[in-house]
Design a binder for this molecule. Sequence first.
Ligand SMILES: [Zn+2]
Length: 287
Amino acid sequence: MKKRHLKKRVIVLGVIILALILGFIFYPRQSSSTTPKKQTVKVKKQTKKELSYYKKENAQRYQEYQKQHPEYSHEDVITYVNMNLDYDFYGKIIRQDHPNDLDTIVNKYYQLDPSYAPDDLVEINDQATPGSYGYPYRSHLVRKCVYDDFQALRKACQEKGFELYVASGYRSTKWQDEIYNHMANTYNQAKADETCSRPGHSEHTTGLSMDIGLDQYKLDDVIKHPQYQWFVSKLADYGFIIRYPDQKDKLTGYLYESWHLRYLGKDLAKKVTQSKLTYDEYYARHH
Ligand SMILES: [Zn+2]
């Protein structure tokens, strides 16, 4: 009798354990199959309301800026406030903590540390003969990562029958300071702000920018070069963009500079070009 009793108990116990195991296996499955459904609904609602570059901390500013500019789309309001356009140029200064990143941004809000200088500058020589194109022969500096793609772009231009050269590359904050102060002293601060960047705010100080010439056409004349449109259409293939496009001065803070190139690397340069946005807008939507 005792043995039978024991057997029964073992069987009952076994059934209970089996039930428990089965319960453990199936219960979480059921619950996990219901929770994601709830989550997807939530996410869908969020994306309808909020853009990927919507920043909660800017909510108040978005509201105020939209009130001031009812003509702007929701998308533009978010972008422009992220760009800090609700402040005047130089009205809000942000220290650029990642000056060495290829996608770094320096503009009338983002400022480089006064002591910043890239540590990988290399000479990029004009292959023009001294004094040609009305320019004295001068060597310019750019960051090493720019060099190969620039030489490849130059070669492509030569194959097309014209010469590309650098008219200005890296400029230190001290140098920019001299340029800016010369303009401010000769004319006034407004005139200086119109024509050049304040020290620490020049993209040339990143070592990723250059002003270029094409044959005898230099700076604001490059646009008159017969191959200029072809040249611009090829830029992204070599990692460059026109940093201050035509009629975008309210966004970039600079009038059209057909001669000022910025190096971003091929991947990013292509993305920015395809987006048809200024780099300031593109940056505000991706950082
Ligand atoms: Zn420039």
